[in-house]
Design a protein around this ligand. Sequence first.
Ligand code: FE2
Length: 182
Amino acid sequence: MEIFDPKAIHDIEHGVIEGKDVICAKKYFHEVAYLYENANIEGDPVVYTVYSYTQQDEHVKGNLQWGLTILEPLYIHDECNMTKGHFHVDRDCAEFYFGIEGEGLLLLMDEDGHTYAQKVFKGSLHHIDGHVAHRLVNTGKVPLKVGACWPTTAGHDYEAIEQREFGYRIFKRQETLIFEKR
Ligand SMILES: [Fe+2]
């Protein structure tokens, strides 16, 4: 029997996925500045890094994608760093998130705009229904690292979020989280 090395390695200790077919994309502040109440800052830091990996045709239903998001511990005039957030274009496609390092919130919003959250921490596991929009928020002092697995055909519907944002902004002031209703 032949034994092969895996085609990719999720290096949990160093917060990277390595392998020939792994894609790494960095998101800079200027690309997501519109998300923040007050986006007037100096510089253009990396706000989050997303690794993604698949071995199959992404257009074939049932194929899977593996991912890792690293959300930096940035506070933009006290507003917690967040991902853009999305629904899935194919609302029938669910997703798993799992916390690897750091602390944060998984902000969730149903199609009626009802917004709620789950705590994210090392070992937390989150099943996300495709009809629920999802956004990660770093509420801690270290990078928030979250793994994910989802169908390649799910697609990212960012437009729905631009038309109706999540119901709350999240700030941290004097170590206290503040949820500001939009
Ligand atoms: Fe998703």
